[in-house]
Design a protein around this ligand. Structure first.
Ligand SMILES: NC(=O)c1ccc[n+]([C@@H]2O[C@H](COP(=O)([O-])OP(=O)(O)OC[C@H]3O[C@@H](n4cnc5c(N)ncnc54)[C@H](OP(=O)(O)O)[C@@H]3O)[C@@H](O)[C@H]2O)c1
Length: 326
């Protein structure tokens, strides 16, 4: 099958179309004929050599796909050949076919475009577990999502707005802010022209927000403590603006805050499966009903993976970039 090979990992990395053997599904796995693969920022980190795949994961990039079941492993029964699905992968998505653990697969309703569905798994799994499991968001509580126009953010906004929460978001242009508000954010804040701390304090009558999902880090870590409500929970999923900081931790103490950070990819299959169970029960019906929909920035052919990475590196995108095998 055709797949993208990562050559010369580092600053000058290359993504080249090559031929590799089509994988064969084993126990608990299905083979997916890929309709689309989502591009994630973590793929760029991996290509730069700073984010190796977890042990046992394929060397090929790609952590989420959509498509159709092409072959079944030993203990199938849930899915049939030809079923439309999307899946969270440990790797291997930049290809014509990929193996998925059935416990990380979600079935697609007829109304869901089998190409665009590739924009969903990584964002749904990441946002759900960090906001609900780590952030312990409760009914009636408010949420601030930094990077609201990111591949993760556009789904997180829709999910938590659909679940009835007051969602606030930050983004780097007025256009991206309007997108966040169309997706359900009560108010989106252009971080280049407005202070998000002041804005969320104004929006919440000076209370602050209950949970913050942050992928920025750097000076946001201190500012998040100011923007958080008493007993607030702040969860970092990345530190794009820096992880080494000097901090005043007094607000953490006095406001009884929780400061947490997690990654998804390295978790055990059992942990990922538990997230999938929660998503299937609480979120997938909202996807099927159209309340949460994929937001696709641009589609690239699989062989144009390098151009897709350039698009993401530019930061001009909003939503998910997809790779489409021929
Ligand atoms: N921990 C985990 O398990 C996990 C899982 C998935 C993703 N992630 C992380 O989540 C992030 C989003 O992933 P993605 O694939 O959705 O990437 P993406 O679409 O490229 O989004 C990156 C976002 O970061 C925002 N951003 C970057 N620098 C910023 C700054 N200085 N100030 C404010 N915002 C800034 C950008 O906002 P603007 O474009 O509006 O400027 C953009 O929306 C990545 O850092 C990724 O590594 C972590």
């Amino acid at each position: 099958m055709k797949a993208i090979a990562l050559q010369n990992p580092g600053q000058e990395y290359r993504l080249a179309l090559t031929d590799i053997p089509t994988p064969v599904p084993g126990t608990g796995e299905i083979l997916i004929k890929i309709a689309a693969a989502g591009v994630n920022r973590a793929d760029l980190h991996q290509a730069h050599g700073g984010y190796p795949p977890p042990p046992g994961a394929p060397e090929t990039l790609g952590m989420e796909v959509s498509g159709h079941v092409a072959a079944l492993g030993d203990d199938d029964g849930i899915y049939k050949i030809g079923d439309a699905v999307c899946a969270l992968l440990a790797g291997g998505g930049y290809a014509e076919y990929a193996l998925a653990q059935t416990t990380c697969v979600l079935p697609l309703a007829a109304a869901l475009d089998p190409v665009e569905a590739a924009a969903l798994p990584e964002a749904l799994f990441t946002a759900w577990t960090n906001v609900m499991d780590t952030g312990r968001l409760k009914p009636g509580e408010s949420l601030l999502i930094h990077g609201g126009a990111s591949g993760i953010g556009v789904i997180a906004i829709q999910m938590f707005a659909a679940l009835g929460h007051a969602v606030f978001a930050t983004a780097g242009s007025d256009e991206k802010c309007r997108l966040c508000e169309r997706l359900g954010a009560r108010r989106a804040i252009n971080y280049k022209s407005e202070d998000f701390v002041t804005a969320v304090k104004t929006q919440t009558g000076d209370k602050g927000v209950d949970v913050i999902l942050d992928m920025v880090g750097g000076d946001y870590v201190q500012r998040n403590m100011t923007a958080a409500a008493i007993w607030g929970r702040i969860v970092n999923i990345a530190y794009q603006n820096g992880a080494k900081l000097s901090l005043d931790l007094n607000p953490l103490l006095h406001k009884r805050l929780t400061l947490a950070a997690t990654t998804l990819r390295a978790r055990t299959l059992a942990e990922k499966s538990a997230i999938r169970v929660a998503l299937a029960a609480r979120v997938w019906p909202l996807v099927t009903a159209g309340h949460i929909h994929p937001v696709v920035d641009r589609r690239f052919a699989l062989g144009e993976a390098q151009a897709a990475h350039r698009r993401m590196a530019s930061g001009d995108h909003a939503g998910k970039i997809l790779l489409i095998p021929d």
